[in-house]
Design a binder for this molecule. Structure first.
Ligand SMILES: Nc1ncnc2c1ncn2[C@@H]1O[C@H](COP(=O)(O)OP(=O)(O)OP(=O)(O)O)[C@@H](O)[C@H]1O
Length: 307
């Protein structure tokens, strides 16, 4: 799908699939287009081109209204009491009063904020407000979850609670799409991830597949060896502390022999790049390609002018 705000092209042919029961991470720099894409899924913003499909057919407004959504700007009424507000939201999405009250009680307890049920939202800490915001996305038992940076500002315990809730919802078959800048968390939690840049997906797939597609590095820890012990070892292209980048044809056993000659080897292991390393790589390669294309275009223009 595509979407511009005036001159700004926020989404540029973005294509994304989230399967039933899948936790899908949505990753990209500030301004990459994540919130715009989520708002289009929700139906609060329209796309200039493209469409959102649910179960293979264009999504209806009725389905969009039932999506469990956690907006980035958060959307609770500060002066309304926590439980009252959640019951109100659940009823707006069609739950009868008794079921709404029971569901609100269940989620407040699960999210560890039941003691704040009678407090005004504005009196809660930001992290607790966020737990309530998640409860607001869940109280009506939605068939789809779309969460815009649900983990930002949460303490480690709240991160664990939130992660567990998302896993449970996915296990029930709910597709879960969430954006985050916490890539270690995305790596741990997600089945699949899409990295977007300038409104386009630049890498997507199961986290393990993406990681195994990146260049593996050899981690070698040698006690007491000089920092540059690996320089000059055949096949070693680059040394970054304990991490070595090897040429494809390099023999790692030769590296091991060189390491043993430098001192006692305490660790020797191949390591796949983390999602964070992969992200940096994907984004910087994109930048380099864009710069190269811009340079080519400028050279072509100059050549044309000179002719
Ligand atoms: N209402 C708006 N009016 C004009 N431009 C907008 C509007 N909303 C977003 N944009 C622009 O669209 C682009 C995508 O923004 P968006 O908020 O979707 O990014 P994001 O990936 O969610 O970023 P962040 O990680 O910072 O939340 C940016 O260039 C942004 O400045």
């Amino acid at each position: 799908m595509s979407r511009s705000y005036g001159e700004v092209r926020a989404l540029d042919g973005l294509d994304l699939d989230v399967g039933a029961g899948e936790i899908h991470g949505f990753v990209g720099g500030n301004g990459a287009g994540k919130t715009t894409a989520m708002r289009i899924v929700l139906g609060v913003l329209s796309a200039d081109a493209g469409e959102v499909r649910w179960g293979g057919v264009p999504i209806t407004t009725e389905v969009q209204r039932t999506i469990g959504y956690m907006p980035e700007e958060r959307g609770l009424y500060p002066k309304m009491k926590v439980a009252e507000q959640l019951v109100y939201l659940a009823r707006m999405r069609g739950l009868p009063r008794d079921r709404a009250v029971a569901s609100v009680g269940k989620w407040l307890e699960r999210l560890g904020v039941e003691a704040r049920a009678g407090d005004e939202v504005q009196k809660l800490s930001l992290g607790n407000q966020q737990r309530v915001q998640l409860a607001a996305a869940l109280v009506h038992d939605p068939a789809i979850l779309v969460l815009d940076e649900p983990f930002s500002g949460l303490d480690p315990v709240a991160v664990d609670v939130m992660s567990e809730v998302l896993r449970d919802k996915a296990a029930e078959g709910v597709p879960v799409l969430f954006s985050s800048h916490q890539l270690d968390l995305v790596e741990r939690l997600c089945d699949r991830v899409a990295i977007i840049k300038d409104g386009t997906v630049v890498a997507a797939g199961p986290v393990d597949d993406l990681r195994s597609g990146g260049d593996a590095r050899l981690v070698v820890r040698v006690d007491g060896a000089p920092d540059d012990w690996a320089s000059g070892v055949p096949g070693v292209l680059h040394q970054d502390g304990e991490a070595l980048t090897l040429a494809p044809e390099a023999d790692d056993q030769e590296v091991l022999r060189a390491a043993l000659a430098a001192g006692p080897v305490r660790e020797f292991a191949w390591r796949r790049p983390s999602l964070t390393e992969l992200y940096r790589h994907v984004v910087s390669v994109e930048d380099a390609e864009n710069a190269e294309n811009a340079e080519k275009a400028e050279n072509a223009e100059n050549a044309e002018e000179a002719a």
